[in-house]
Design a protein around this ligand. Sequence first.
Ligand code: IMP
Length: 202
Amino acid sequence: MKLYLASGNDHKAAEFAALAQRSGLDAVILPARAVGGMPEVVEDTGTFAGNAGKKARALRPLVPRDAWVLADDSGVCVDALDGGPGVESAYYAGPQHDAAANLWKLVEVMRGVPAARRGARFVCVLVLLGPDGQEKVFEGRCEGVLLEEPRGGAGFGYDPIFRPAGHALSYAELGDAVKSRISHRAVAWAKLADYCARLTAG
Ligand code: IMP
């Protein structure tokens, strides 16, 4: 099956292609660029699923009729911040979407917060929009804690301050090989792959 990714981010397209390959799903991930680029979408629904659905529907008219659209929305949800920055993770420090500024804002906001209140999770919601217009939603989570200081050079975004539960290292220290097995995106993808495998089998 052909999945057009409703994103202008090539890093994401590569990550989903790797997830597809690892899951054994016979899927080709195509970037929005292949059909003229991702249309501008205002992510204003207040939920991961709402935003992902909006992105998927914005790309739908541009892809071939028999193709599928895949959209995602994700972020880090911190207990001590009542689930924030959550859907605002990408522009936590302002509309310029500056990943380093976002990371350091979270470090500062959480400075001095005791270990017992540093619980957090990454959440990823995937929306699969079929040729018939039907939408399926898959959610993945990765529970963990926020570190006091950034650690590690791999990954992106908030990776250096997130330590997944059951691991001694941050997402950025663990690197892509481990992260791609345990991440919120990997968990959501596994659910989607399972759904697609059943779909194509029957
Ligand atoms: P999206 O592209 O609208 O889904 O934005 C998600 C934002 O959440 C990104 O800009 C990052 O700030 C953050 N984020 C999502 N997934 C990750 C991850 O795996 N590592 C680090 N930050 C992430």
